[in-house]
Design a binder for this molecule. Sequence first.
Ligand code: BV8
Ligand code: ZN
Length: 245
Amino acid sequence: MTPDNPIEQARQWIAAATRVAALTGAGISAESGIPTFRSAGGLWRNFRAEDLATPRAFARDPKTVWEWYDWRRGLIAAAKPNLGHYALAQLEQRLGDRFTLITQNVDGLHNRAGSQRVLKLHGDIWWTMCIACREVRSDFRVPLPELPPRCASCGGMLRPGVVWFGEPLPGATWEQAEEAVRQCELLIVAGTSAVVYPAASLAPLAQSHGARVIEINTEETPLSGSADLCLRGPSGEILPQIIES
Ligand code: BV8
Ligand code: ZN
Protein backbone atom coordinates (compact mmCIF):
# COMPACT_ATOMS: atom_id res chain seq x y z
CA MET A 1 0.00 0.00 0.00
CA THR A 2 1.39 3.43 -0.76
CA PRO A 3 -0.49 5.86 1.52
CA ASP A 4 -0.12 9.53 0.71
CA ASN A 5 2.28 9.94 3.62
CA PRO A 6 4.16 6.70 4.40
CA ILE A 7 6.15 8.32 7.22
CA GLU A 8 2.92 9.39 8.91
CA GLN A 9 1.49 5.91 8.36
CA ALA A 10 4.53 4.36 10.06
CA ARG A 11 4.25 6.78 12.96
CA GLN A 12 0.60 5.83 13.44
CA TRP A 13 1.37 2.11 13.37
CA ILE A 14 4.13 2.56 15.97
CA ALA A 15 1.82 4.64 18.18
CA ALA A 16 -0.96 2.04 17.92
CA ALA A 17 1.19 -1.05 18.54
CA THR A 18 1.31 -2.64 21.97
CA ARG A 19 4.41 -4.67 21.14
CA VAL A 20 7.02 -3.66 18.58
CA ALA A 21 10.07 -5.58 17.35
CA ALA A 22 12.91 -4.39 15.14
CA LEU A 23 15.39 -6.41 13.05
CA THR A 24 18.51 -4.61 11.84
CA GLY A 25 21.27 -5.47 9.40
CA ALA A 26 24.53 -3.96 8.20
CA GLY A 27 22.72 -1.13 6.41
CA ILE A 28 21.89 0.56 9.71
CA SER A 29 25.63 0.99 10.38
CA ALA A 30 26.46 2.20 6.84
CA GLU A 31 25.95 5.86 7.84
CA SER A 32 28.45 5.27 10.65
CA GLY A 33 31.02 4.53 7.93
CA ILE A 34 31.02 0.74 8.28
CA PRO A 35 30.87 -1.00 4.89
CA THR A 36 27.98 -3.41 4.37
CA PHE A 37 28.51 -6.93 3.04
CA ARG A 38 26.57 -6.94 -0.17
CA SER A 39 25.98 -3.39 -1.30
CA ALA A 40 28.62 -1.48 -3.27
CA GLY A 41 31.90 -0.93 -1.47
CA GLY A 42 31.12 -3.71 0.96
CA LEU A 43 33.86 -6.05 -0.24
CA TRP A 44 37.24 -6.50 1.44
CA ARG A 45 40.23 -7.38 -0.73
CA ASN A 46 37.65 -8.87 -3.16
CA PHE A 47 36.57 -11.46 -0.62
CA ARG A 48 32.87 -12.19 -0.02
CA ALA A 49 31.50 -12.67 3.50
CA GLU A 50 30.41 -16.16 2.44
CA ASP A 51 34.07 -16.99 1.66
CA LEU A 52 35.59 -15.68 4.88
CA ALA A 53 32.89 -15.99 7.53
CA THR A 54 33.02 -19.80 7.61
CA PRO A 55 34.63 -22.40 9.91
CA ARG A 56 36.36 -23.89 6.85
CA ALA A 57 38.00 -20.59 5.89
CA PHE A 58 39.16 -20.19 9.50
CA ALA A 59 40.54 -23.73 9.69
CA ARG A 60 42.37 -23.25 6.38
CA ASP A 61 43.71 -19.75 6.98
CA PRO A 62 43.03 -18.31 10.45
CA LYS A 63 45.44 -15.42 9.87
CA THR A 64 43.58 -14.05 6.84
CA VAL A 65 40.21 -14.41 8.56
CA TRP A 66 41.60 -12.60 11.60
CA GLU A 67 43.09 -9.86 9.36
CA TRP A 68 39.54 -9.24 8.06
CA TYR A 69 38.08 -9.11 11.57
CA ASP A 70 40.95 -7.00 12.94
CA TRP A 71 40.41 -4.53 10.05
CA ARG A 72 36.66 -4.39 10.81
CA ARG A 73 37.28 -4.01 14.56
CA GLY A 74 39.52 -1.02 13.79
CA LEU A 75 36.80 0.56 11.61
CA ILE A 76 34.10 -0.09 14.20
CA ALA A 77 36.21 1.27 17.09
CA ALA A 78 36.64 4.53 15.14
CA ALA A 79 32.94 4.67 14.19
CA LYS A 80 30.09 6.26 16.11
CA PRO A 81 26.46 5.19 16.35
CA ASN A 82 24.25 7.19 13.98
CA LEU A 83 20.77 8.68 14.42
CA GLY A 84 19.20 5.37 13.39
CA HIS A 85 20.82 3.56 16.33
CA TYR A 86 19.83 6.37 18.71
CA ALA A 87 16.23 6.35 17.48
CA LEU A 88 15.89 2.63 18.26
CA ALA A 89 17.42 3.20 21.72
CA GLN A 90 14.81 5.94 22.25
CA LEU A 91 12.02 3.56 21.20
CA GLU A 92 13.25 1.08 23.83
CA GLN A 93 13.22 3.87 26.44
CA ARG A 94 9.60 4.65 25.53
CA LEU A 95 8.21 1.10 25.26
CA GLY A 96 10.40 -0.77 27.75
CA ASP A 97 9.91 -4.53 27.53
CA ARG A 98 7.17 -4.01 24.93
CA PHE A 99 10.03 -3.39 22.47
CA THR A 100 12.59 -5.98 21.35
CA LEU A 101 15.65 -5.16 19.25
CA ILE A 102 17.06 -8.00 17.17
CA THR A 103 20.24 -7.48 15.18
CA GLN A 104 22.33 -9.42 12.66
CA ASN A 105 25.15 -6.94 13.21
CA VAL A 106 28.19 -7.80 15.29
CA ASP A 107 29.50 -4.21 15.61
CA GLY A 108 28.01 -3.39 19.02
CA LEU A 109 26.79 0.07 17.87
CA HIS A 110 23.26 -0.51 19.23
CA ASN A 111 24.74 -0.95 22.73
CA ARG A 112 26.92 2.14 22.29
CA ALA A 113 23.80 4.13 21.31
CA GLY A 114 22.18 3.15 24.61
CA SER A 115 20.07 0.10 23.68
CA GLN A 116 19.97 -2.11 26.79
CA ARG A 117 18.51 -5.34 25.45
CA VAL A 118 19.95 -6.38 22.09
CA LEU A 119 19.36 -9.88 20.70
CA LYS A 120 22.58 -10.50 18.78
CA LEU A 121 21.72 -13.29 16.33
CA HIS A 122 25.23 -13.45 14.84
CA GLY A 123 27.32 -12.78 17.96
CA ASP A 124 29.62 -9.85 18.65
CA ILE A 125 32.93 -8.86 17.02
CA TRP A 126 34.23 -7.76 20.46
CA TRP A 127 33.95 -11.29 21.86
CA THR A 128 36.63 -13.91 21.36
CA MET A 129 36.36 -17.64 22.00
CA CYS A 130 39.29 -19.97 22.62
CA ILE A 131 39.09 -23.00 20.34
CA ALA A 132 41.08 -25.03 22.93
CA CYS A 133 39.45 -24.24 26.30
CA ARG A 134 36.23 -22.61 24.91
CA GLU A 135 36.69 -19.56 27.18
CA VAL A 136 34.65 -16.58 25.90
CA ARG A 137 35.98 -13.09 26.68
CA SER A 138 35.30 -9.56 25.49
CA ASP A 139 38.46 -8.08 23.98
CA PHE A 140 38.47 -4.46 22.76
CA ARG A 141 42.15 -4.25 21.73
CA VAL A 142 42.65 -2.63 18.28
CA PRO A 143 44.76 -3.65 16.59
CA LEU A 144 45.23 -7.08 18.16
CA PRO A 145 48.85 -7.72 19.23
CA GLU A 146 49.16 -10.84 17.06
CA LEU A 147 46.99 -12.60 14.49
CA PRO A 148 45.55 -15.08 15.34
CA PRO A 149 45.38 -13.86 18.96
CA ARG A 150 46.14 -16.28 21.77
CA CYS A 151 44.08 -17.28 24.82
CA ALA A 152 45.29 -15.59 28.02
CA SER A 153 44.30 -18.68 30.02
CA CYS A 154 45.66 -21.58 28.00
CA GLY A 155 47.59 -20.12 25.05
CA GLY A 156 45.15 -21.71 22.60
CA MET A 157 44.09 -20.00 19.37
CA LEU A 158 41.16 -17.57 19.65
CA ARG A 159 38.35 -17.18 17.11
CA PRO A 160 35.98 -14.22 16.79
CA GLY A 161 32.83 -14.68 18.91
CA VAL A 162 30.56 -14.49 15.87
CA VAL A 163 28.27 -16.97 14.07
CA TRP A 164 29.73 -18.09 10.72
CA PHE A 165 27.89 -19.56 7.75
CA GLY A 166 27.00 -23.16 8.47
CA GLU A 167 27.03 -22.55 12.22
CA PRO A 168 23.88 -22.54 14.34
CA LEU A 169 22.71 -19.28 15.90
CA PRO A 170 22.84 -19.07 19.71
CA GLY A 171 19.78 -21.12 20.71
CA ALA A 172 18.39 -18.98 23.53
CA THR A 173 18.86 -15.76 21.56
CA TRP A 174 17.11 -17.23 18.52
CA GLU A 175 14.18 -18.45 20.61
CA GLN A 176 13.78 -15.01 22.23
CA ALA A 177 13.83 -13.40 18.78
CA GLU A 178 11.17 -15.79 17.44
CA GLU A 179 9.02 -15.23 20.55
CA ALA A 180 9.27 -11.43 20.26
CA VAL A 181 8.33 -11.61 16.58
CA ARG A 182 5.35 -13.91 17.25
CA GLN A 183 4.05 -11.53 19.94
CA CYS A 184 4.55 -8.21 18.15
CA GLU A 185 1.94 -6.26 16.17
CA LEU A 186 4.65 -4.42 14.26
CA LEU A 187 8.09 -5.51 13.02
CA ILE A 188 10.44 -2.82 11.68
CA VAL A 189 13.12 -4.31 9.38
CA ALA A 190 15.95 -1.86 8.75
CA GLY A 191 19.10 -2.14 6.66
CA THR A 192 19.13 -5.80 5.72
CA SER A 193 19.29 -7.45 2.30
CA ALA A 194 17.01 -10.19 3.71
CA VAL A 195 19.03 -13.04 2.14
CA VAL A 196 20.67 -14.58 5.21
CA TYR A 197 18.69 -17.23 7.09
CA PRO A 198 17.26 -17.89 9.58
CA ALA A 199 17.22 -14.11 10.33
CA ALA A 200 15.37 -13.47 7.05
CA SER A 201 12.57 -15.81 8.18
CA LEU A 202 11.55 -13.43 10.99
CA ALA A 203 9.57 -11.05 8.76
CA PRO A 204 7.35 -13.77 7.23
CA LEU A 205 6.97 -15.25 10.76
CA ALA A 206 5.73 -11.88 12.04
CA GLN A 207 3.20 -11.59 9.21
CA SER A 208 1.99 -15.17 9.74
CA HIS A 209 1.08 -14.04 13.28
CA GLY A 210 -0.83 -11.02 12.00
CA ALA A 211 1.86 -8.41 12.51
CA ARG A 212 2.56 -5.60 10.05
CA VAL A 213 6.08 -5.30 8.62
CA ILE A 214 7.75 -1.99 7.75
CA GLU A 215 10.91 -2.23 5.64
CA ILE A 216 13.46 0.61 5.72
CA ASN A 217 16.11 0.21 3.03
CA THR A 218 17.87 2.33 0.41
CA GLU A 219 17.19 -0.44 -2.16
CA GLU A 220 14.63 -3.09 -3.09
CA THR A 221 15.08 -6.47 -1.33
CA PRO A 222 13.32 -9.86 -1.50
CA LEU A 223 11.22 -8.63 1.44
CA SER A 224 10.01 -5.45 -0.29
CA GLY A 225 7.19 -7.18 -2.19
CA SER A 226 5.58 -8.59 0.94
CA ALA A 227 6.29 -5.75 3.42
CA ASP A 228 3.17 -3.81 4.47
CA LEU A 229 5.07 -0.55 4.08
CA CYS A 230 8.39 0.18 2.32
CA LEU A 231 10.23 3.34 3.35
CA ARG A 232 12.93 3.83 0.72
CA GLY A 233 15.91 5.78 2.09
CA PRO A 234 18.69 5.79 4.70
CA SER A 235 17.71 4.40 8.10
CA GLY A 236 19.68 7.20 9.82
CA GLU A 237 17.13 9.67 8.40
CA ILE A 238 13.95 7.57 8.40
CA LEU A 239 14.10 5.95 11.86
CA PRO A 240 14.23 9.31 13.70
CA GLN A 241 11.31 10.59 11.58
CA ILE A 242 9.04 7.64 12.43
CA ILE A 243 10.12 7.25 16.07
CA GLU A 244 10.61 10.79 17.39
CA SER A 245 7.62 11.68 19.53
C1 BV8 B 1 22.63 -21.75 9.75
C2 BV8 B 1 29.16 -13.47 10.54
C3 BV8 B 1 22.23 -24.03 10.21
C4 BV8 B 1 29.52 -12.41 11.47
C5 BV8 B 1 27.21 -13.81 9.21
C6 BV8 B 1 20.58 -21.70 0.82
C7 BV8 B 1 19.34 -21.13 0.98
C8 BV8 B 1 18.96 -20.58 2.21
C9 BV8 B 1 19.84 -20.60 3.30
C10 BV8 B 1 21.06 -21.17 3.12
C11 BV8 B 1 21.44 -21.72 1.90
N1 BV8 B 1 22.71 -22.18 2.02
C12 BV8 B 1 23.12 -21.96 3.30
C13 BV8 B 1 22.13 -21.35 3.96
C14 BV8 B 1 22.14 -20.94 5.38
C15 BV8 B 1 22.99 -19.69 5.53
C16 BV8 B 1 22.48 -18.58 4.65
O1 BV8 B 1 21.47 -17.98 4.95
N2 BV8 B 1 23.20 -18.32 3.53
C17 BV8 B 1 22.76 -17.28 2.63
C18 BV8 B 1 23.96 -16.48 2.12
C19 BV8 B 1 22.01 -17.93 1.46
N3 BV8 B 1 22.83 -19.32 6.93
C20 BV8 B 1 23.67 -19.82 7.83
O2 BV8 B 1 24.62 -20.55 7.57
C21 BV8 B 1 23.32 -19.51 9.28
N4 BV8 B 1 23.41 -20.72 10.05
O3 BV8 B 1 21.77 -21.73 8.90
O4 BV8 B 1 22.95 -22.84 10.51
C22 BV8 B 1 22.59 -24.98 11.27
C23 BV8 B 1 21.62 -25.34 12.18
C24 BV8 B 1 21.94 -26.27 13.14
C25 BV8 B 1 23.24 -26.81 13.21
C26 BV8 B 1 24.22 -26.40 12.28
C27 BV8 B 1 23.91 -25.48 11.30
C28 BV8 B 1 24.33 -18.53 9.87
C29 BV8 B 1 24.09 -17.18 9.27
C30 BV8 B 1 25.05 -16.15 9.93
C31 BV8 B 1 26.26 -16.02 9.07
N5 BV8 B 1 27.14 -15.01 9.63
N6 BV8 B 1 28.13 -12.98 9.63
C32 BV8 B 1 30.15 -11.29 10.70
O5 BV8 B 1 31.29 -11.45 10.26
O6 BV8 B 1 29.45 -10.28 10.54
S1 BV8 B 1 26.03 -13.26 8.09
C33 BV8 B 1 26.43 -11.76 7.41
O7 BV8 B 1 25.30 -11.42 6.57
C34 BV8 B 1 26.48 -10.64 8.43
O8 BV8 B 1 26.43 -11.07 9.75
C35 BV8 B 1 25.23 -9.83 8.16
O9 BV8 B 1 24.64 -9.51 9.36
C36 BV8 B 1 24.38 -10.80 7.44
C37 BV8 B 1 23.24 -10.27 6.68
O10 BV8 B 1 23.71 -9.24 5.86
P1 BV8 B 1 22.95 -7.82 6.04
O11 BV8 B 1 23.03 -7.43 7.46
O12 BV8 B 1 21.61 -7.92 5.43
O13 BV8 B 1 23.91 -6.88 5.22
P2 BV8 B 1 23.98 -6.75 3.63
O14 BV8 B 1 25.27 -6.08 3.29
O15 BV8 B 1 23.66 -8.08 3.01
O16 BV8 B 1 22.77 -5.78 3.26
C38 BV8 B 1 22.79 -4.43 3.70
C39 BV8 B 1 21.45 -3.86 3.33
O17 BV8 B 1 21.39 -2.53 3.83
C40 BV8 B 1 21.23 -3.76 1.83
O18 BV8 B 1 19.91 -4.21 1.54
C41 BV8 B 1 21.37 -2.28 1.52
O19 BV8 B 1 20.49 -1.87 0.48
C42 BV8 B 1 20.91 -1.67 2.83
N7 BV8 B 1 21.47 -0.35 3.14
C43 BV8 B 1 22.70 0.14 2.84
N8 BV8 B 1 22.83 1.38 3.38
C44 BV8 B 1 21.67 1.66 4.03
C45 BV8 B 1 20.80 0.56 3.88
N9 BV8 B 1 19.57 0.53 4.42
C46 BV8 B 1 19.17 1.61 5.12
N10 BV8 B 1 19.95 2.71 5.30
C47 BV8 B 1 21.19 2.76 4.77
N11 BV8 B 1 21.94 3.86 4.98
ZN1 ZN C 1 42.03 -21.15 26.13
